[in-house]
Design a protein around this ligand. Sequence first.
Ligand SMILES: CCCCCCCC/C=C\CCCCCCCC(=O)OC[C@H](COP(=O)(O)O[C@@H]1[C@H](O)[C@H](OP(=O)(O)O)[C@@H](O)[C@H](O)[C@H]1O)OC(=O)CCCCCCC/C=C\CCCCCCCC
Ligand SMILES: Nc1ccn([C@@H]2O[C@H](COP(=O)(O)O)[C@@H](O)[C@H]2O)c(=O)n1
Ligand code: MG
Ligand code: MG
Length: 218
Amino acid sequence: MLNKYARAFFTRVLTPFAALLIRLGISPDAVTLIGTGGVVAGALIFYPQGEFFWGTVVITLFVFSDLVDGNMARQLGRSSRWGAFLDSTLDRVADSAIFGGLALWYAGAGNSLTLCAIAIFCLASGQVVSYTKARGEAIGLPVAVNGLVERAERLVITLVACGLSGLHTFGVPGIETLLPIALWIVAIGSTVTLGQRVVTVRRESAEADAIARGGNSA
Ligand SMILES: CCCCCCCC/C=C\CCCCCCCC(=O)OC[C@H](COP(=O)(O)O[C@@H]1[C@H](O)[C@H](OP(=O)(O)O)[C@@H](O)[C@H](O)[C@H]1O)OC(=O)CCCCCCC/C=C\CCCCCCCC
Ligand SMILES: Nc1ccn([C@@H]2O[C@H](COP(=O)(O)O)[C@@H](O)[C@H]2O)c(=O)n1
Ligand SMILES: [Mg+2]
Ligand SMILES: [Mg+2]
């Protein structure tokens, strides 16, 4: 949903910045790599220590590179298969660091094996949700469904909750409960999304196989 409705807005807002980076001679691939590096560093340095506010500030500064790199490639007329591969592959790395950092916190000083398990579930289910689309498309299906909780939703729900939970360090009482709630929402939402995508791929592959069999017997 965010991908559908918020992307146009962010494209408008980020286009001048993307144009500036192009004028400075920076490539889309460099933005993809530096952005991912920043997200990974922010997540793995701050989150395992329970520094949710500053971790989220650092991650937020870098995560928008994922919208800037494609914007730059399009402005340059240089959108490429390699760029699409690099972008999607490094998305998986960034997501692993965010949920891995949260799992490390709960496995250590955060002291909750249940929430550690939920964070790991969010990590794994998010990767599988993305894989369903990539694999379905690789076998020639349209995979005409995005589902309830896409990557943008997973990130926004988690990062908003992390940033707000971090205000606990500054004395805001009770706000840290937002993060566990967000993790449960992402875990359940990702499971529903996985179901939606699997059902769609099952239907599309049955239709494609029926057409192929009909074509062969004719
Ligand atoms: C006092 C308060 C303290 C608060 C501290 C700071 C809080 C900041 C909080 C949040 C900011 C969150 C910003 C997150 C932005 C994420 C943007 C982003 O990177 O989206 C990426 C997404 C996908 O792009 P791609 O096409 O490159 O990716 C494809 C996709 O990932 C597929 O995944 P799948 O869906 O299948 O799982 C893959 O299959 C495919 O491989 C991959 O290529 O881009 C978009 O979706 C575009 C829309 C972005 C919408 C961003 C909305 C940000 C909205 C609100 C931020 C509001 C913050 C308000 C904080 C308020 C707190 C009080
Ligand atoms: N280094 C890159 C990154 C991206 N692309 C192209 O942009 C598409 C993704 O667009 P986003 O707005 O979601 O970033 C991607 O599929 C590529 O076509 C690129 O060429 N090089
Ligand atoms: Mg991108
Ligand atoms: Mg991306």
